[in-house]
Design a protein around this ligand. Structure first.
Ligand code: AMP
Ligand code: MG
Length: 422
């Protein structure tokens, strides 16, 4: 873990703030995969991180088969002819192959996925065929070797690397592994991430609110974000703004988790208090990042666990989790970090912004009257306004130097789906 100080913060010229990209790079450089592997059945491996490169043990498909319901024929019987008549000599169903060879002048009734019988090299789809008892007739135009045939190894060749370590397994991956007969896979053990909220004003859902108190949203947000990241979330509740309580919470969290994510208590005023507590237990730096929402952030190690101290406002929690904590947690979990998708679309609304910090505004993608995708602002952008976050399905990325956007201009957006998937 490299020690950084506020004096290192130089990402944004003259602002004393650390650039978003730079902050992410530093965090990623400071964490390492935790290691540890377990063997799981396929179904349980969904969303888990593959521990080994996997090679195909055999060709997929394993045998030549039909891509259509129809008739397996010899293309040589059709070459240079217009109308062809053949005798149906048998049938090949998926799972019940035809043992006989297709000889010249013969065809075999065949279904999708059924083994292509010996002698045949093309399949004529049944819609093109007239059948009269045991005889069929069809127009031979275009009936060439390979027509409607799926060849062995067309999908995967034996020995070919199918999936690489570090991949988070998708539904398609589970199917792929099943097609190779692999019922179990080795995956990285799940990262354990303890999280808690700090703040005397916070009550958990179910408790009555006194004057000046609010419900703790962040723990539910973090439960969701961590679960979607595929890690094991360990909810430690609300911790009061009390030195001993915070110290105990950190000690307990570090004893059971690889990483600790907290919210609140890192802004000016509170920072000193939390910092004091943390200074005794590890190496934690308080960063000021050129990001909105979410400028203050604490990062370091506490009793050997990696610590992410996110800001208190709920939308800041989400922005900083997605942009900083999540990529670092993914690296710790042994997962490949795919670059999140960013697309350019027209912005339907005018967006206000002051130059200085990169902004992650909340947007919603929709089609305009011409069928083009455009992004709309979801409303108030205060970092405490969760309703506009809930309505949003993407961040609108406004670079630090931007001074706002006029309606109709192009902007970059980052769909949330790209941040919750691998
Ligand atoms: P702090 O960073 O602790 O100063 O908190 C900044 C703002 O976020 C304050 O308005 C807090 O009340 C609010 N806040 C902090 N933690 C939470 C939480 N867990 N749920 C909802 N709001 C919170
Ligand atoms: Mg607080």
């Amino acid at each position: 873990m490299s020690k950084t100080t506020a004096g290192d913060c130089c990402g944004e010229a003259g602002s004393g703030l650390l650039g978003v990209e730079e902050a992410r790079t530093r965090m990623l450089a400071a964490v390492e995969p935790v290691g540890g592997v377990e063997q799981l059945g396929l179904r349980d491996a969904l969303g888990r991180v593959l521990a080994d490169d996997l090679a195909a043990p055999f060709d997929v498909p394993p045998f030549p088969n039909s891509a259509m319901d129809g008739y397996a024929v010899r293309s040589a019987d059709c070459a240079g002819r217009q109308q062809v008549e053949l005798r149906v000599a048998g049938s090949s169903f998926a799972g019940s192959p035809c043992d006989a060879e297709v000889r010249s002048g013969q065809a075999v009734r065949i279904m999708t996925g059924a083994l292509l019988p010996d002698g045949a090299d093309a399949v004529v789809m049944q819609e093109r065929v007239r059948r009269d008892g045991e005889r069929i007739g069809f127009d031979a135009a275009g009936v060439e070797a390979g027509l409607n045939v799926r060849y062995p190894g067309e999908d995967l060749k034996a020995g070919e690397t199918v999936l690489r370590r570090g991949r988070r397994l998708s539904a398609a991956d589970l199917g792929l592994l099943a097609s190779l007969g692999l019922g179990e896979v080795r995956v990285q053990r799940r990262l354990r991430v303890a999280f808690f909220s700090t703040g005397d004003e916070l009550r958990s859902v179910g408790q009555p609110l006194q004057r000046g108190q609010i419900y703790d949203s962040n723990r539910y947000i973090l439960h969701g974000l961590l679960t979607q990241a595929g890690v094991e979330p360990l909810d430690m509740g609300v911790i009061a703004d009390d030195r001993q309580a915070v110290r105990d919470a950190f000690a307990q969290a570090a004893a059971m988790a690889d990483a600790i994510v907290t919210s609140g208590g890192v802004s000016v005023g509170e920072a000193d208090f939390v910092k004091e507590t943390l200074d005794e237990m590890g190496r934690v730096d308080f960063w000021k990042i050129a990001i909105k929402p979410g400028k203050p952030l604490a990062f370091g190690t506490v009793d050997g666990a990696v610590f992410f101290g996110l800001p208190g406002n709920p939308v800041s929690v989400m922005a900083t989790f997605y942009q900083f904590a999540r990529p670092a947690l993914m690296k710790m979990a042994g997962a490949d970090a795919a670059e999140p998708l960013v697309v350019r679309v027209r912005c339907a609304d005018t967006l206000r912004k002051a130059p200085g910090r990169m902004e992650f505004q909340r947007g919603r993608l929709a089609r305009d009257d011409n069928g083009e995708w455009v992004v709309h602002s979801t409303g108030l952008q205060g970092s405490h306004v969760l309703s506009s976050m809930s309505r949003a399905d993407c961040f609108i990325l406004l670079p630090a130097e931007s001074s706002g956007v006029e309606a109709g201009e192009q902007v970059e957006v980052q769909p949330f789906s790209t941040l919750t998937n691998t």
